[in-house]
Design a protein. Structure first.
Length: 590
């Protein structure tokens, strides 16, 4: 083996790892929506969880990726530790699918049909289809399909390049001696674990082992312990992903490690015993690509059979390793591990935005009630909710911006843009709640009272604002476009009410019925109520824009207002409902 063979080996290995990464990422994006549906149907049953883990890993071709996703799901509260254990077990079986694909490279027959099954025969066709899909299709799903085919073709080309580069090693004595050393099962396990830990993919390390098996120097006695060690090495990715996560997420990562360590220890002991007692001739035979795929699958199935009945024990065991603490744990509301499945990450964002919206509307309504029934407890609640919405806006805004930079579908892009717009309006509504509360506190501190007429007028506009809050919240929570369409005419009525009440206030000042101090507070209240209605209008307009796949709010509002009989009818209805009562007092006589 000369220097050019070494360079070819490095190039083949690079292409192999790149192709596997490329294919895995595209598969994750392509399967994102299905993964979310699968999780929604997931039950606590062992078999359901096992099949879920197996299916997901078989699709995305990486048990490490599945386990990292599971750690993220547990950390975000989307999955319980009990569910995670079963999925992790299934993932270990699902990851063996890759080795079966790679074993096709070992097909050797003169039959034309059998020859067509060799990757060297069909991967060029897959690469051609993939590049056409990727370069000429605008649809995101078709582009991802093209990327999957290109990734698979690259992976298989890298595999064949590696196999060709190492074929000369069959005549190198040092290479033969190395694999004689690995016949020591413990050394074999360590070698497999270290290699997999470095490249962070058991599928890739099994592929490398299959490529080396082409030399004919890798016996089953050396290959089987290496395969066992690969299962331990793949745990490194999940352990790294659990850093900074909550306790249950750390436990999920430890379940993955414990499962593989215990399974490897038990079956390694059985392997050593069988080899010592029976000395099977198979162990000294050269391992084939297909034989390695079979050994990989059988070992993982045996580990699952051993550990599945002990899932309850695993849960208790990792709970002992990561015990509960008396201090309350701060949970992350959003986890960047979910970026691997953008649709689920977006669903989590939506759930937090819903909580933010409800908190914001609740704070404004409490602020309205503080004008009549002020209490220190109510004031603390309003300020606490405003702090909460500030926090939500910070984490949601940052998270959504990061998520939007990733390759996500058109529907997810629209949803992310919608949430980015809405969270700003909900945060501002909570700010106005605090401003309205401060007006109530100012009235109390200065012992100022509004006139009876002013109090009645405030009740009218407060009622209108309460209704517009309900409509905008319903529009968002239920994606109710009919509720959204009712917001704009009510916002117009609130604008006019604000101007009417401002005029009435000036007349009361002129007549000496109102003090200057009360007037300042009155104007602050009107401004905050009017701006609250404006934000509700923004929320409803954003819902309508998203439904119509546009992002031009001003144009949408113009279309709603102009030449729209339904809008005019609702506007007249709200005018009647929130008409000010006529009073025979100074300001109405003028």
């Amino acid at each position: 083996m000369n220097v050019f063979d070494v360079l070819t080996l490095i190039g083949g290995l690079s292409l192999f790892l790149f192709g596997m990464s490329l294919m895995g990422q595209a598969l994750e994006r392509r399967a994102g929506g299905q993964l979310r549906s699968l999780l929604e149907k997931l039950t606590a049953g062992k078999l359901a969880g096992l099949l879920t883990g197996l299916g997901v890993t078989a699709v995305i071709q990486s048990s490490s990726a599945t386990t990292v996703m599971v750690v993220g799901f547990v950390n975000s509260g989307l999955m319980t530790l009990k569910q995670a254990i079963n999925i992790i077990m299934g993932a270990n079986i699902g990851t063996t699918v890759t080795a079966w694909f790679l074993s096709l490279a070992g097909i050797d027959s003169g039959n034309l049909f059998v020859q067509l099954l060799k990757p060297s025969s069909f991967t060029p066709v897959l690469a051609l289809i993939g590049i056409i899909f990727y370069m000429f299709c605008k649809n995101a799903k078709r582009k991802d399909t093209g990327m999957i085919l290109l990734g698979f073709a690259t992976l298989m080309f890298g595999m064949e390049t590696m196999s060709g580069a190492v074929s000369g090693l069959r005549d190198v004595p040092a290479f033969q001696q190395m694999f004689l050393v690995f016949k020591n099962p413990v050394l074999g396990v360590f070698a497999g674990a270290i290699l997999t830990a470095v490249i962070q993919s058991s599928s890739a390390s099994v592929g490398i082992l299959q490529a080396l098996a082409v030399t004919g120097q890798v016996s089953y006695g050396a290959a089987i312990p290496i395969i066992m060690g690969q299962n331990i090495g793949t745990c490194v990715t999940a352990m790294l992903s659990s850093v900074g996560a909550n306790k249950n997420a750390k436990r999920a990562a430890l379940v993955h490690l414990s499962f593989n360590v215990i399974g490897t220890a038990v079956w390694l002991a059985v392997f050593c015993l069988l080899r010592a007692v029976f000395t099977p001739a198979l162990l000294d035979k050269p391992a084939s690509l297909l034989g390695i795929a079979v050994a990989h699958s059988v070992f993982n199935v045996l580990c699952t059979i051993l550990m599945l009945p002990l899932s309850g024990f695993l849960e208790r065991f990792v709970s002992i390793l990561v015990p509960e603490t008396r201090q309350p744990e701060i949970f992350e509301e959003l986890d960047e591990r979910l970026f691997a499945t953008p649709s689920i990450a977006l669903e989590r964002c939506h759930a937090l935005a819903v909580d933010m919206a409800e908190t914001s509307v609740s704070s404004l309504k409490e602020a309205l009630s503080s004008q009549q029934d002020y209490s220190s407890k109510l004031a603390a609640s309003i300020r606490e909710k405003e702090d909460k919405t500030d926090h939500y806006e910070d984490i949601l805004g940052t998270y959504l911006v990061k998520l939007s930079t990733r390759q996500i579908g058109a529907a997810d892009t629209r949803e992310a843009a919608k949430l980015l717009k809405l969270i700003g309006d909900f945060e501002r509504i909570a700010d106005h709640a605090v401003s309205i509360l401060e007006s109530a506190e100012e009235l109390r501190e200065k012992e100022i009272r509004f006139t009876d007429v002013a109090a009645d007028e405030l009740a009218v506009i407060s009622g209108a604002v309460g209704d517009i809050l309900d409509l905008s919240l319903t529009a968002f929570l239920q994606n109710d476009l009919s509720a959204a369409a009712k917001v704009e005419p009510l916002e117009q009525v609130i604008d006019q009410l604000k101007e009417q009440l401002r005029t009435h206030h000036i007349l009361r000042l002129q007549n000496g019925d109102c003090t200057i101090d009360a007037g300042f507070t009155w104007m602050d209240l009107l401004t905050n109520l009017k701006r609250t209605a404006d934000h509700c209008s923004n929320i409803a307009g954003c819902m309508i824009d998203t439904a119509h796949d546009t992002m031009n709010l001003h144009q949408s509002l113009r279309e709603i207002r102009n030449d729209n009989e339904e809008f005019q009818e609702r506007y007249r209805e709200y005018r009647r409902r929130y008409a000010l009562k006529e009073k025979k007092d100074a300001h109405t006589q003028r």
